[in-house]
Design a protein around this ligand. Sequence first.
Ligand code: GLN
Length: 188
Amino acid sequence: MRIGILALQGAFIEHEQALQRLGVEFVEIRQLADWQPETLDGLIIPGGESTVQGKLLRDLGLFAPVQAEILRGLPVFGTCAGLLLLAEHLNNDERQHLATMHITARRNAYGRQLGSFYTEAEFKGLGQIPMTFIRAPYIEAVGPQVEVLAEVNGKIVAAREGKQLVTAFHPELTGNDSVHKYFLNMLN
Ligand code: GLN
């Protein structure tokens, strides 16, 4: 099993550490030459800044090939900014990025006061898990094909559609690898 980790910007090293703990091989995607989807079983899009990652994907010529592969069924796991890159709509931003998942997300949804916080909440099938939010989005609306996996304060913070998984929080920062294991189980 081999996972590609988009390593243009943001918290990709923490995803690498999670995969290392789980004994899973990975490759960093930094430029078009690194993009060999036939060698990948899945892709992780990390947290960071969605606008920066979106721009770099376009500038590096990665945008269309990555989008095409996700639409063809390559499993993908997006955390925080990664969620925003996969969302079909951002309702407080006119931008749209890969837009492969039928969700509407709100950027920086918790405002300045609660920009970053830690909580524990139920994740479907995993029980209570730790969740670290950093200037996080939440999901405001989901299409009929989307399964809601976790909510915090009545807001959707994790969801799945087919082989696409997103979390508004950063499971890679908690030391609890259960969401990564959930993703790896989706690859079979
Ligand atoms: N606020 C960031 C954005 O809009 C996301 C923050 C994160 O990934 N931790 O892209």
